[in-house]
Ligand binder design. Structure first.
Ligand code: NCD
Length: 334
């Protein structure tokens, strides 16, 4: 039996762990920490996508409005970032709010050895919401244990990147019109790539088929494959893109995460395992969407950028609308 949307998209994990101290759940993502895709219900995803599309229209028509006037976002980044930090800041500015950027932790008290809980308890004295990127898996969940204000996980080591998954879903829907029935192929570093960990979990709420293409040492974590298997998701693994490319509706390419390798020789051996070129795309569907969370470092040739299937710079822009929606929702204004 082909599962219907209603049977497939099961509500799950509505847990108090995602609510800051004293907060009440009274609407999709309202006053919640955003820690993992595991916490999202189908209703949450629908709400983010709908609000993000409203944000897109508002930005196109008037550029900015004062929905979050008087609110402040702290952007606490212990790892490099261009898109995630800039889009959070732009999102807050377009909603009339302020921001505190701490992305040079070298110049903050973190460099003096301050603990994450102390830094969080300090920033929440100034800010209404904190976006946190950290090299350790579980850092956002740890921060949330100490926070009275919502924590948004902007990437925790090799763990998750839930806001990227939301913008990836938004992009998928914008590019394809719908998600149900799609075959999504994830390619590259599926072991260390947090974006694919979050995206696979998010897609598991829809009726999709997942292909994983990676070198043997960079396969999708076994626990994640088992988790999705238990939820009835069809998953196929291979190291050869040509096995699955022709049937792919969305090709999601990722960077080999050099900074996560203990052994640089291992990285060198796999870093150029896949390169998408115009020739690769001659074997792909005419309406396939080619996505990448960026930064790319060689896995998609720039010669592909002018192909209408190359969606990655549209994906970047959608990230701002999705983060506008998230901030508005988490702060109870959407
Ligand atoms: C990703 C990340 O930080 O996980 N970048 C992003 O947020 N768009 C992907 C990566 O660094 O490869």
């Amino acid at each position: 039996m082909i599962p219907t949307l209603a049977t497939k998209r099961n509500e799950h994990n509505n847990r108090a762990a995602y609510l800051p101290f004293g907060a009440k759940r009274d609407g999709p993502l309202r006053h919640q920490h955003i820690l993992s895709v595991k916490q999202f219900t189908p209703r949450d995803l629908d709400a983010v996508i709908a609000v993000a599309d409203e944000m897109r229209i508002i930005v196109e028509r008037i550029g900015a409005f004062d929905l979050l006037h008087g609110k402040v976002l702290a952007v606490l980044f212990y790892e490099p970032s261009t898109r995630t930090s800039a889009s959070f800041i732009a999102a807050m500015q377009r909603l009339g709010g302020g921001f505190i950027p701490i992305n040079e932790v070298r110049y903050s008290s973190v460099a003096k050895g301050e603990s994450l809980p102390d830094t969080i308890r300090t920033l929440e004295g100034y800010a209404d919401v904190i976006a946190l990127r950290h090299p350790e898996t579980g850092a956002a969940a740890l921060a949330a244990q100490y926070a009275r204000k919502p924590i948004i996980n902007a990437g925790d080591g090799i763990g998750e990147h839930p806001t990227q998954a939301l913008l990836d879903l938004f992009t998928l829907i914008k590019e394809r019109g719908a998600l149900d029935g799609a075959t999504v192929t994830m390619l590259g570093d599926l072991k260390y790539g947090r974006t694919v960990h979050s995206l696979a979990r998010a897609l598991a709420l829809y009726n999709v088929k997942l292909n994983y293409v990676s070198p043997d040492i960079l396969r999708m974590p076994r626990e994640l494959v088992a988790e999705l298997n238990a939820r009835g998701i069809q998953q196929t693994e291979t190291s050869a893109l040509q096995d699955v490319l022709g049937a792919t509706d969305v090709l999601y390419v990722t960077r080999v995460q050099k900074e996560r390798f203990a052994n640089l020789e291992e990285y060198e051996a796999v870093k150029d395992a896949y390169v998408i070129t115009p020739e690769t795309l001659t074997h792909a569907k005419a309406d396939m969407a080619l996505m990448h969370p960026l930064p790319r470092v060689g896995e998609i040739s720039p010669a592909v950028d002018c192909d209408p299937r190359a969606a990655y710079f549209r994906q970047v822009e959608y990230g701002m609308y999705v983060r506008m929606a998230l901030l508005a929702m988490v702060l109870g204004k959407a």
